[in-house]
Write a protein that binds this ligand. Sequence first.
Ligand code: ATP
Length: 352
Amino acid sequence: MARTWNIAVLPGDGIGSEVMAEGLKVLNAVAARLQGVAFALSEHPVGATEYLRHGNPLPESSFAACERADAILLGAMGLPSVRWPDGKEMTPQLDLRERLDLYNGVRPIRLYHELHSPLKNYRAGDIDFVIVRESTEGLFSSRLSRQSNDSEVTDVMRITRPGAVRICRAALRLAQQRRKHCALVDKANVLPSMAYFRGLFDEVAREFPDVQTEHLYVDAAALFLVQKPNRFDVLVTENMFGDILSDLAAGLVGGMGMAPSADIGDRHAVFQPSHGSAPDIAGQGLANPIATILSVALMLDWLGTEETKRGAALIRRAVETVLSNPDHRTADLGIFRRARWASGFWSSYECP
Ligand code: ATP
């Protein structure tokens, strides 16, 4: 039976609308190849540009549309030049995460071509792991608190039992579906909150006897990610460590333009490239849309029917095919050509 999925589309700021336009072309193209699957897309304003227009970076009407949707596709949000009176940038994407309780930040990292990596001796597929970032607490939970006076500011690392248990379970479940290895990244040798996190990870890991686990301090994890990234399958960590390591990991496979992400809760999910609005390249046709296209694939996987999962696999194969042709790479991947996605993507892909 045919099913129509309602997708809330939030292009946002800077290159957000550019990469979103390409992601939607791919979504529509893949939908035409699937049986009984349709997408009803509705676009909603969010971001710093929307704040400049109407005074609210996340209008309630946009938030309500996200709540109603089956899934949310987001481009990028925030502009360094647009700030709240206290100097902080607008981050409606973080508000969305918190308000929709999107605790499970899934950041897949895969090398699609050996020329994309600054590391030697890694071929396509050799680097293939997922960072699972807790996205509702950790050090980021301090962002709205006011623990400061004239001479001191304190940020708190908040780890709760339910928060830690649910993210560890999500990571271990993911590892079970992959190569059955899960590394906990923490700083348990220094911070009591991290020692607590580790204890809870070990407790949950007992539910997954087929998954091999290890503990790594975050500093060692940064070293190993550069020295031997192929040793990793799934890494799970708190919010801030996940934020930092995700960018490092994206750098191993070509940069921010190659790093998709999903922020998943029990009822809602947002799919977006890991990068920001990149104002330095906005409006110049230079933005790499692959991270957005791969985020569309993550969304199709998450929607979870056989056909949508088939769509996700089709997109990943198309990305592989496209990236094997140097003419179809954007400047960030080291070949200085303008983006040619609009015409090139599906025409170079043979449907099986
Ligand atoms: P945020 O804090 O909002 O995540 P950021 O400050 O980390 O943003 P980005 O906007 O992600 O910064 O950009 C970081 C760098 O990566 C910039 O030099 C930008 O041009 C580049 N970049 C980001 N996304 C892309 C993309 N899709 N294609 C090409 N280059 C990109």
